[in-house]
Design a binder for this molecule. Structure first.
Ligand code: NAP
Length: 299
């Protein structure tokens, strides 16, 4: 239980609703900022304005997955009001205060460092990334079905990168009957790819490997599907780029060559916001419980 913990949930999308639900269930004292247009009235949580929030009593804030922009502004899809998190506000918080965010940027990193407060980037955690790979793969399947006129079954699917997302993509497409090849650069990844019965190749050989690819799914957040790689692909190849913006594909060249290529960010929040929210809510529950235990030990 999170009784006696004062937590502010600030901005965000439908995923935050699952977080709010869970925090209420766990008896936290909740302040909701950026939810004034949300019809749903959460019993046991107060909708407040940022300027009304008592930062000195806060144990934690939960930001949306994207955190803030480079000026500290927080996206709020359930409000038209501008919400900004400032250094002055964070300085008012108790020393054990924690900022939870999906990802971070220079502003948020700077804010945490200059105020000496803990910043937890949830998406950097293996557990969150692995759980998130489940809705990501389902979204990828949806995109591939929408943009092809052939079945996944029997298609030559090339997965680039064998991290937390790449592994789930490869496994699921193979289960659907695709012929899956996986490109990586580390020898231990190539070994694991072989052990999992995918066809391995070194990324140095990408140019030769793409020559008969039907579908290329990139998870590497660096330019890897270059113009020269795209020029070797069959015209019907579909590229789905899952890597964080700007992706790892030369989209300008793909368009020029008439190869269909899509950057597909934020799939969990699009195809399964409820599940994606529950993933965050579950991880936050255990992290905030640890925060609560630490706070009580200090008392
Ligand atoms: P990860 O576990 O860190 O895996 C990244 C993979 O890329 C690793 O295999 C890594 O290999 C490889 N890689 C990184 N830099 C490389 C380079 N310069 N050259 C060759 N290989 C390189 O990350 P992840 O959790 O799978 O996420 C992958 C990407 O997908 C991230 O950008 C993430 O933000 C994004 N993502 C998008 C969605 C969506 O909805 N579109 C959902 C989840 C994640 P090494 O180990 O050799 O570095």
């Amino acid at each position: 239980m999170l009784t006696d913990m004062h937590i502010a949930v600030i901005g965000g999308d439908a995923r935050q609703l699952e977080v709010i639900r869970k925090m209420i269930e766990l008896d936290a004292k909740l302040s909701l900022i950026g939810f004034d247009q949300l019809d749903h009235g959460f019993t046991g949580a107060a909708k407040e304005q940022m300027q009304e929030l008592d930062f000195s009593s806060l144990d934690a804030i939960i930001l949306p997955v994207a955190g803030t922009n480079l000026e500290g502004q927080i996206d709020t899809i359930f409000s038209n009001k501008k919400v900004v998190l400032t250094k002055e506000q964070v300085e008012e918080t108790p020393s054990h205060f924690t900022i939870y965010s999906g990802i971070s940027n220079a502003y948020l990193d700077g804010l945490a460092a200059s105020t000496n407060r803990k910043l937890v980037k949830l998406f950097e955690r293996d557990d969150v990334a692995i759980y998130n790979s489940i809705p990501t793969v389902e979204g990828t399947i949806m995109m591939v079905i929408q943009h092809t006129d052939y079945t996944i079954h029997g298609s030559k699917v090339m997965v680039l990168g064998f991290g937390r997302t790449g592994m789930s993509v490869a496994r699921t497409f193979q289960a659907l009957g695709a012929k899956v090849r996986v490109g990586a650069r580390r020898s231990e990844h190539l070994a694991r790819i072989t052990e999992m019965t995918f066809a391995p190749f070194h990324l140095n050989d990408l140019e030769q490997e793409v020559q008969d690819a039907d579908i290329v799914i990139n998870t590497i957040p660096h330019l890897i599907v270059t113009a020269s790689i795209i020029s070797k692909m069959p015209a019907h190849t579909l590229i789905v780029d899952l890597a964080s913006k700007p992706g790892g594909t030369d989209f300008r060249y793909a368009e020029k060559r008439g190869v269909k290529a899509f950057l597909a960010p934020g799939l969990p929040g699009i195809v399964a916001p409820k599940t994606a929210g529950q993933i965050l809510a579950n991880v936050l529950t255990s992290l905030l419980s640890e925060d609560k235990a630490r706070k009580e030990n200090v008392k």
